[in-house]
Write a protein of this length. Sequence first.
Length: 194
Amino acid sequence: MIDEFAKEYLHGNLRWIREALLWKLDGLSEYDVRRPLTPTGTNLLGLVKHLTTTEAWYLGEIFGRPFPEPVPRWDDDEAVHSANMWATADETRAEIIGRYRRVWEHSDATIDALAIDAPGHVPWWPRPDVKLFNVLVHVLTETNRHAGHADILREQIDGLTGVSAADTDELGRDAAFWESRHAEIERAARAVGA
């Protein structure tokens, strides 16, 4: 009983945060979804591309159910680190999002097919013999981490916050409110820093 509850709970949260992450791209130009917004080049479409590879590995290959489309191999450091976190000019938004959604379907099929204690093997982990439970927690954590990055990137672009269209500006706060709040926080930081 608890095993099925745990699996469905984790899977439900993963489904929810995937959608929240993709929503962060809605309404933005091609430039805005691709442009680097941190010194290391973090960008919205790159986060989606990275999570595509992550899910394909963890909820595919780790359980002997490889995703049928090409993705960088986990043991190819150059492929993983060179183009896994950003979209090249030749890749379209539709291609990247479409592949992410196909990975979801593949991952969902793996989750549905396996018991929560199904064994897997993650060669790059210190304790490589794992269960589906471990991997679900890891993928959910990784996706939430990058969805948090996406929150900050989207706010930098146009101020949009929240996890869905229904969630934005739920309190009706306008730009003047946020300018005042920002100034208040800045004053507090300067007072302590002085």
